[in-house]
Design a protein around this ligand. Structure first.
Ligand code: CU
Ligand code: CU
Length: 359
C-alpha cells in the first residue's frame, strides 16, 4: 500500500469513527429564543414553568478584561464574562439547549474559555471554547440536569485558578420544566430572585503593607500566585466589590415576598446566613431534582458550586445576608443587605420594655 492510499484509508476510518460515534442533536423544529443577559444581582426575564417542548436558548457573552476597584483604593485587572463579577446568570429549563456565542475581543490580552458545570463532556465545554483575542466561538449544550451550577474560565494549568480569582465565573439556573417544588411536592412560585456571586480575591501587599496596583494583569501574576498559595484571601466579596450589595445598592423586597437567593462560589466553601430569617427551602448543593431542606439557619455552598434558598419575608427592616464565617463577612466584605418594607408583626417579636437603667 502506498503512502497516499494509507493516509486516505486512515482519514476514512477516522471519519467513519466520528460518524458512528456521535449522536446528532435532536433539535429539529425546536424553537430558538434569545435570552438577553443582565447584570447580577438581577436575573434575565424568564418563565418559572416551561411552556412547550425544549427550546434552543441563544445567549451571547463578551469577555471583558478590565481594571475594577474591589474596595476603596484596591484594584484588580478583572477577567469578566460580559463586564461583571460574577458573570451574568443564565436561566433555562431542564432539557433546553444553551447555545452560547463567546466573544474574546481583539482588545483582550489573554486566551479564555468557559467550563459549564451544568453541561456534559469536553471539560464542560472548556475544550471546545478556547478563544484567543480576536476570536469567537459557538457552543451548544443540553441542560440535562436541573439545578444551579457554576460556570468559569478554565484555560489550563495555573491559569485556571488565576482566571477564576480574577472574577471569571458565574452561574446558570436550570429550572425543572414544571417549576420548583417544596419538600411536599407543592409548587413554589417566587416573587423575586437575586443572584449573589461570591468572589475571593488575593491582592498582594508592598513592603509598607499597602495593596499593590499593577499596570497589567500579567504583571501581578507571580506575586498573586504566592498569595493564592496561602489560601488566605485578602477580600471575600459579593458581586465584585465590598459594598456592591449594601447601602444604596441593597436588595429590595416587601413583607410577604417569596425571594429566591442564588449563591455561587467558584473557588471555596461558604456559609450563607440570613440574619433574622431562615432558609425555608434550601437546595444546599444546588440540585433541584432532590427535595429541598427546610428551615435552615445557615447552609453550605461547596467550592465550585451554587446553591439556592427561598424565604418569604415576614417582618420589615434591613436584613444582612452574609457568610457566617463572620470574619469573612465583617472583615473581608462578604455581606449583602436586603431592605424589606411592610408592617411589623408583634406576634413574632416585640420589644416589651425599651432599654432603661437597671432598677
Ligand atoms: Cu479567562
Ligand atoms: Cu469547574
Amino acid at each position: 500500500m502506498n503512502f497516499i492510499s494509507y493516509v486516505f484509508k486512515r482519514l476514512a476510518s477516522i471519519a467513519f469513527f466520528l460518524i458512528c460515534n456521535s449522536v446528532s442533536a435532536d433539535i429539529d423544529g425546536a424553537l430558538r429564543v434569545t435570552q438577553v443577559l443582565v447584570d447580577p444581582p438581577n436575573l434575565p426575564v424568564h418563565d418559572q414553568v416551561a411552556s412547550g417542548p425544549p427550546k434552543i436558548v441563544q445567549i451571547k457573552m463578551i469577555i471583558d478584561e478590565k481594571e475594577i476597584e474591589i474596595a476603596p483604593n484596591v484594584y484588580i485587572h478583572a477577567f469578566t464574562f460580559n463586564g461583571t463579577v460574577p458573570g451574568p446568570m443564565i436561566v433555562v429549563h431542564q432539557n433546553d439547549y444553551v447555545e452560547l456565542t463567546l466573544v474574546n475581543p481583539t482588545s483582550s490580552t489573554l486566551l479564555h474559555n468557559i467550563d459549564f458545570h451544568a453541561s456534559t463532556g469536553a471539560l464542560g465545554g472548556g475544550e471546545l471554547t478556547k478563544v484567543s483575542p480576536g476570536e469567537e466561538v459557538v457552543l451548544r449544550f443540553k441542560a440535562t440536569k436541573a439545578g444551579v451550577f457554576v460556570y468559569h474560565c478554565a484555560p489550563g494549568g495555573p491559569m485556571v485558578p488565576w482566571h477564576v480569582v480574577h472574577g471569571m465565573n458565574g452561574a446558570i439556573m436550570v429550572l425543572p420544566r414544571d417549576g420548583l417544588k417544596d419538600n411536599n411536592g407543592n409548587r413554589i412560585k417566587y416573587d423575586k430572585a437575586f443572584y449573589i456571586g461570591e468572589q475571593d480575591f488575593y491582592i498582594p501587599k508592598d513592603s509598607s503593607g499597602n495593596y499593590k496596583r499593577y499596570k497589567t494583569a500579567l504583571e501581578g501574576f507571580a506575586d498573586e500566585l504566592e498569595v493564592m498559595k496561602t489560601l488566605q484571601p485578602s477580600h471575600v466579596v459579593f458581586n465584585g466589590a465590598v459594598g456592591a450589595l449594601t447601602g444604596e445598592n441593597s436588595l429590595k423586597a416587601d413583607v410577604g415576598d417569596t425571594v429566591l437567593l442564588i449563591h455561587s462560589q467558584a473557588n471555596r466553601q461558604t456559609y450563607p446566613h440570613l440574619i433574622g430569617g431562615h432558609g425555608e427551602f434550601v437546595w444546599e448543593r444546588g440540585n433541584f431534582s432532590d427535595l429541598p431542606q427546610t428551615n435552615l439557619e445557615s447552609w453550605i455552598i461547596g467550592a465550585g458550586s451554587a446553591g439556592a434558598a427561598i424565604y418569604t419575608f415576614k417582618q420589615p427592616g434591613t436584613y444582612a445576608y452574609l457568610s457566617h464565617n463572620l470574619i469573612e463577612a465583617f472583615l473581608l466584605g462578604a455581606v449583602a443587605h436586603i431592605e424589606v418594607d411592610g408592617k411589623w408583626n408583634n406576634d413574632l417579636m416585640e420589644q416589651v420594655i425599651k432599654p432603661t437603667a437597671i432598677k
